[in-house]
Design a protein around this ligand. Sequence first.
Ligand SMILES: [Zn+2]
Length: 126
Amino acid sequence: MHVKPCPCSSGKIFAVCCAPYLEGRSNPRTVKQLMRSRYSAFALGGHGDYLLQTWHPRTAPAVSAQDLGRADTLWTGLQIVDSQQRGNQGMVEFRASFLDADGKPDVHHEKSSFVREGGRWFYLSA
Ligand SMILES: [Zn+2]
């Protein structure tokens, strides 16, 4: 049972937010949904397969799903700053909070670009 809040800070329960995407039962229809689900995948760990499946083959890192799914960063929250979607191109600007190696709060600020191919969104680059 996933009655816990979703790691992506949506305020929703995990089971009705990112879980259907991470478990392959549904595909994100918007770049924001994909961004949130990828953040949740990183935050939860153990979802390297999902991260690779949603990473465009052109820019995906040459690492195993096991390595990618290793939750070696303690992510503490996600804030979507801006997002745009036009045709098959998308952008999401976000701030992801985490604790650094010394346990101090820090923020990863990124503008990610996404592309839709065959009806599915992929993470392209930062
Ligand atoms: Zn979520």
